[in-house]
Design a protein around this ligand. Structure first.
Ligand code: F3S
Length: 754
């Protein structure tokens, strides 16, 4: 139609494309001849080629065209560096970068932010200038947490977004299919490559009844996590439906979708409704609400759509839950908490209660918590636990500062932290307990794995609604059930909390607060991207060289890896994450965790040319510097774990030619292909045993490299004998072009220039 509705208020000339969904679905319906779930409508509505795409849930790989990309500051570094090396001048879809992960909580918002800006200056300067140069939106430190900013400004019903952070699904609260991905996927989409996603299964969660009292949207996902466990959502979109949905606020639905990441789901999603429309209107996007109303038939599931699994939850009967410790799927109803804590020996005293974060920092959350705080203060109570508040965005912070909730928190002795991830991602310089000391904290966050919040493996972290966290912080004990128990006041009179109450949306509207957004400038040509050549955290990337056009001859085996080799073995995290924007420095961790089949040791391999033993990265580097390529031999499921693109960039950077494995984890295999590496598998898995770490290999057949056609490997043993084996591959035509061009980005850059 003629209607043009901007995708956001902050980008010019970018419009919501509902027509594409309509057109794609016309084709897909004709082909599938069955009713569709909402997830399918939005996902298939974004197919790159609806006519020819195989569509089978749980089986086919879909090629999709997302509407937007979002990156947080930790993952954005390498993504932007890679995008820059493609030599394009603008990202293919609207993209934003958010500074939220690098701000450490120490004493409170203002000081912590100032310190972080100082410590991370070179990273922020780089992100600010690179986003300006390439036409991306930049959200400065202090603006808030990526998922809140997305919900407030960019998410829209029926959209498809990828984000380089696991809790990107938060945008499902506004009816968007939003998936957490690795940096490599973000770079692809920014460089106009289709995004590949295994066709998701669909789990339906049917909500009946009405939410109320102490029960909050958070309790829905705490319950679902208990039912499905941390693996139960793998490969599936969790789609909420049913009459109960109407009783949830938009921000509450976002909370549910956010924490869907904890059950491994591809994403979670709600159908468009008037609660979403109210939120869109409150955030100055009434035009999107109107447009979505017109398009509502495609923003809900078809009658009779089939789900791979259905879960029933009656909201009227749902009790508040508290999940943990150490895992988000250990769900305990609040009425059973005291008994469970005793039985399991969880430290009863609650040291700290932490509310807010990307999961639970809406105006509704904050005003409900403040209602409890006010009531307790009026009764003369004091907080028994330390209490922190993390506003999700500058807009929420400014609004609760204006409306008094922040004041209540501070009056009670709460510490207001910066609008950033802080303790949620372990950016917490915690001083009140010693490392190794068992203790309990309760948070309104989403993740509670061992050591996540404060790096203390003995900290028992529980997740709950902000209401429950707040009430427990006044009791200071896991034995307290705010729905049933009372707390003695100084006057001796027992105090019982009333049910929390709050506002879905601020009655006086949102206060935007300080302007923390940097739009791309008009003149981008003159922008200089700032990377200090002396920096140890950032380094510009040079495009990898193209294939030399020849078969490989006598290429040494760098390491023959035995057993499990995850992306953590290939590119370790922890202290190395500091260097994630500096490929040369982070490459010093390449494969240091892999076990060498020759000696059973990690990070000790033979240098085949001088006979010395050295670390894997050091030997690789000396091969590279001598102009020699090398090969890694891998076992089963090589590269499982995460989508970390460094695990593929590093071997390429250090001069690797191929990884030959018994089998690959698919994402890592694709990442290797994208970087111009050969990812090959033994045609006969037993041939793994024919190769030793002291061998040299010829890879024959590259000059006629073609889909479905095996290559030959000649194995030259140390004693002069040889073996000949076949290796298979899964390269398609395009991926073979990637190999020849040196990388997928090289190919995109060449195409952009043509
Ligand atoms: Fe993630 Fe928590 Fe930040 S879940 S986005 S680390 S607030």
């Amino acid at each position: 139609g003629d209607t043009k509705v901007p995708m956001s208020r902050l980008e010019k000339d970018v419009y919501i494309n509902y027509q594409r969904i309509e057109d794609n679905l016309a084709i897909v319906r004709e082909r599938l001849k069955r009713p569709l779930t909402l997830s399918e409508k939005i996902v298939y509505g974004h197919l790159d080629d609806a006519v020819n795409q195989d569509i089978e849930r749980g089986v086919s790989y879909l090629r999709l065209r997302p509407d937007r990309v979002a990156c947080q500051d930790a993952t954005a570094q390498m993504a932007l560096l890679q995008f820059m090396s493609a030599g394009m001048d603008t990202a293919a879809v609207p993209t934003t970068v958010h500074c939220d992960h690098l701000i450490e909580a120490q004493v409170g918002g203002v000081k912590d932010l100032a310190r972080a800006i100082n410590i991370n200056k070179e990273v922020y300067d780089f992100l600010a200038t690179a986003t300006a140069k390439y036409g991306l939106g930049f959200w400065k430190p202090g603006s808030g947490i990526i998922h809140q900013i997305i919900l407030e400004n960019y998410a829209f019903p029926g959209g498809l977004m990828i984000g380089t952070d696991s809790h990107t699904p938060n945008a499902g609260g506004l009816g968007m299919v939003a998936c957490g991905v690795g940096g490599a996927d973000a770079v692809d989409v920014m460089a106009d490559l289709p995004w590949e996603l295994k066709c998701p299964k669909v789990i339906g969660v049917n909500l009946t009844g009405k939410i109320g009292g102490w029960t909050t949207p958070k309790d829905v996902i705490l319950k679902v996590a208990g039912i499905l466990t941390v693996k139960g959502g793998t490969g599936a979109i969790v789609e909420y439906k049913g009459s109960g949905v109407e009783s949830l606020s938009c921000t509450g639905m976002a909370t549910i979708c956010n924490m869907g990441a904890e059950i491994g789901a591809t994403t979670s999603l709600f159908p468009f409704n008037e609660r979403m429309a109210s939120y869109l209107t409150a955030t100055s996007r009434a035009d999107i609400a109107d447009y979505a109303r017109k398009f509502a038939h495609n923003l809900k599931a078809d009658e009779g759509a089939e789900y791979d699994q259905v879960i029933e939850i009656n909201l009227s009967e749902l009790e508040p839950h508290i999940n943990g410790p150490f895992t988000p799927d250990l769900a305990t109803p609040i009425s059973k908490l005291a008994a469970e804590a005793k039985k399991n020996n969880w430290p009863e005293e609650i040291k700290v209660g932490l509310i807010g974060s990307c999961t639970n920092s809406s105006y509704e959350d904050m005003s409900r918590s403040a209602s409890l705080v006010n009531e307790a203060l009026a009764a003369g109570l004091e907080l028994k636990s330390k209490f922190t508040v993390t506003p999700g965005s500058e807009q929420v912070r400014a609004t609760i500062a204006r409306d008094g909730q922040l004041d209540s928190f501070e009056k009670a002795g709460g510490i207001v932290l910066a609008n950033a991830c802080g303790p949620c991602i372990g950016q917490w310089d915690r001083k009140d307990v010693k490392k190794g000391e068992p203790n309990t904290i309760v948070t309104s966050y989403n993740r509670n794995f061992t050591g996540r919040n404060d790096a203390n493996p003995a900290t028992h972290a529980f997740v709950a609604s902000p209401d429950i966290v707040t009430a427990l912080a006044f009791a200071g004990s896991l034995s307290f059930n705010p729905l049933a128990d009372s707390i003695p006041t100084p006057s001796g009179k027992p105090f019982r909390f009333s049910s929390p109450s709050g506002f879905e949306l601020p009655p006086r509207g949102y206060d935007p607060g300080e302007n923390t957004f940097q739009p791309p400038p008009e003149d981008r040509v003159s922008v200089q991207v700032k990377v200090d050549p002396k920096s140890d955290r950032l380094q510009l990337l040079k495009p990898f060289g193209p294939w030399d056009g020849k078969d490989a001859k006598e290429v040494p085996v760098l390491i023959k890896v035995k057993g499990k080799c995850t992306t953590d073995h290939i590119s370790a995290g922890g202290p190395w994450l500091k260097y994630r924007g500096h490929l040369e420095n982070i490459s010093q961790n390449m494969l240091i965790g892999g076990i060498n089949a020759e000696n059973g040791e990690a990070n000790k391999v033979l240098n085949q040319f001088d006979g010395s033993w050295g670390g894997v990265p050091q030997v690789a580097q000396s091969y590279r510097d001598a102009g020699k390529k090398w090969v890694v031999i891998g076992d089963h499921n090589y590269g499982e774990g995460s989508s970390r693109e460094h695990a593929a960039l590093e071997p390429r950077f250090l001069g690797g030619l191929a990884v030959i494995a018994r089998s690959f984890a698919r994402i890592h295999e694709t990442n290797l292909k994208k970087q111009g590496m050969l990812a090959l598998t033994f045609a006969d898995a037993a041939d793994y045993d024919k190769i030793r770490g002291t061998d040299k290999l010829d890879i024959v057949g590259l000059t006629t490299f073609a889909p479905g056609k095996n290559l030959k490997v000649v194995v030259h043993h140390e004693n002069g004998s040889t073996d000949e084996i076949e290796v298979a591959h899964s390269y398609n035509e395009t991926q073979i072009e990637w190999f020849k061009a040196g990388s997928a980005l090289n190919l995109m850059a060449a195409k952009a220039k043509a």
